[in-house]
Design a protein around this ligand. Structure first.
Ligand code: FES
Ligand SMILES: [Fe+2]
Length: 478
């Protein structure tokens, strides 16, 4: 017997075809699998998303002194993030103005200048050409001023996080971050002594598409009980799975999504303040966040979020060894650095509040390394399925069968999640975390960026922002 299924109208795999399918499918919670593997889509992402959006590069604590630098990526391209002699932060394209040779040969360091290894042109920490061998013979009469290193179009920081964009038409960083600033203040400003990174970033490559990481950290809590079951079994995480699904999914603003695991009331047993012990929290200076933000932080067990396109943040109680150490709050920040349609390099930093003791910082670092790192119990779980998402995305079968993925959780009539109208922060909030609007928000903004003409930007506000109660609340410090 032969069963014949309706023949899909597959028209090939150009980025344009797939974008049309994405636009048509998203309102129904359907996403074409091929966007996780298609070469044409990837090329367009590099230009339309990484070539335009604000992307995270470094934390200010990585380059505290004049001359400190780190080498980072915007899309696939290298940029030197360097603090100049006046304390300013410069983001310089790592390509000599003479022949385009890479001028920075270390991942990080301290220097007064960068000297090109090819012919010796020398640039200062602002990227200005300050010297070249045999200048008078070779270039006498030519202006040095016009031959400095190329720079990112705009550089800005928020809560110590350094971002840059290659697009001169990009809106200011705070406008781009939109409602997400309220949540960055809540996590990074919970203690106004500030945050520092505990070590240089770990880096590891996965044969997966960068969007799988962004998708997961936008708020895929549903996978925890299945994929990470063993983590509960060894006592590394202190909240039972079903209880951990209580909390909010929030579309902070277009593109930026997050999720809180949260106790329904203050009286609930279990961790508060992302698992930081109360006596440690008592040392925090919480004076620069609002009462609403403090209340949300107090009830929070987990914060996980993604700033479009590829910068994720995670705060939660973790331990590397439940038998010997109770879980403690950890804070990790990470980028999903694209290296091709089927390859992503994870850059992963562990952070602590600056006024924590050396012992407390070491606990955070150990607990972080044991869980969210290349060899960590959580990380190893996640990478394997993402590899197969990429494989599915590249497959001939996904193309000819017009295979789409199900992102319907939390849509009207699907599951128990309900829109919340009295959430005190910005954005669109749902209770509980059985919800995938956070991912649909990521892909909706993604589609708009992929479509936007040069110089045009999608809206950074939801239509609801003007009407939903509490939606414009802001406790941002001045
Ligand atoms: S390529 Fe750099 S000095 Fe010639
Ligand atoms: Fe995970």
């Amino acid at each position: 017997m032969t069963t014949t299924n309706p023949r899909p109208a597959s028209v090939g795999q150009s980025a344009e075809d797939l974008l049309r399918k994405l636009e048509a499918g998203l309102p129904n919670g359907e996403i074409p699998a091929a966007i996780f593997g298609n070469e044409d889509v990837y090329r367009r992402e590099l230009r339309s998303i990484f070539g335009r959006c604000w992307v995270f590069l470094a934390h200010e604590s990585e380059i505290p002194a004049k001359g400190d630098y780190v080498l980072r990526k915007i899309g696939e391209d290298s940029f030197v993030v360097v603090r100049d002699e006046h304390g300013g932060i410069n983001v310089l394209f790592d390509a000599c103005r003479h022949r385009g040779v890479q001028i920075c040969r270390a991942d990080s360091g301290n220097t007064s200048h960068f000297r090109c290894p090819y012919h010796g042109w020398t640039f200062n920490t602002k990227g200005e050409l300050v010297g070249a061998p045999l200048w008078r013979n070779a270039f006498g009469g030519m202006s040095k001023e016009d031959n400095g290193l190329s720079r990112a179009a705009k550089v800005a920081t928020y809560q110590g996080l350094i971002f840059a964009t290659l697009d001169h038409t990009a809106p200011p960083l705070e406008e781009y971050l939109g409602g997400m600033t309220w949540y960055l203040d809540l996590v990074f400003g919970l203690n106004s002594h500030g945050v520092e990174v505990l070590a240089p970033p770990q880096r590891f490559v996965i044969e997966a598409n960068w969007k799988s990481g962004a998708d997961n950290f936008s708020g895929d809590d549903y996978h925890l009980g299945t994929l990470h079951r063993s983590v509960w079994e060894i006592g590394a995480f202190p909240v039972p799975f079903r209880e951990n699904m209580l909390g909010y999914h929030i579309q902070a603003s277009p593109g930026h999504s997050l999720s809180f695991s949260m106790a329904p009331t203050d009286d609930e047993p279990g961790p508060k303040f992302f698992g930081y012990p109360e006596d440690l929290v008592a040392t925090f200076d919480t004076s620069r966040i609002s009462a609403h933000q403090l209340d949300v932080a107090r009830r929070s067990r987990v914060f996980v979020g993604n700033i479009f396109p590829n910068f994720s943040i995670l705060a939660l109680p973790m331990t590397e060894d439940g038998a010997n150490h109770p879980p403690t709050g950890i804070l990790t920040i990470r980028t999903w650095q694209p290296k091709g349609p089927g390859k992503v390099e994870v850059w992963n930093w562990f952070c602590a509040y600056k006024n924590m003791t050396p012992e407390q910082k070491e606990r955070v670092y150990r607990a972080g390394l044991g869980t969210f790192s290349m060899g960590g119990s959580f990380e190893m779980d996640d990478t394997e399925p993402w590899i197969t998402v990429g494989r599915t995305g590249r497959s001939v079968a996904a193309e000819v069968l017009d295979f789409s993925l199900n992102y319907k959780m939390g849509m009207p009539g699907v599951g128990i999640a309900k829109r919340v109208e009295d959430w005190p922060g910005p954005g669109i909030a749902y209770w509980t975390r059985y919800e995938e609007g956070v991912q649909r928000n990521l892909f909706s903004f993604y589609t708009e960026m992929m479509r936007a003409a040069p110089g045009e930007w999608p809206s950074f506000r939801f239509p609801e922002d003007d009407v939903a109660p509490g939606s414009t609340a802001s406790g941002s410090p001045a």
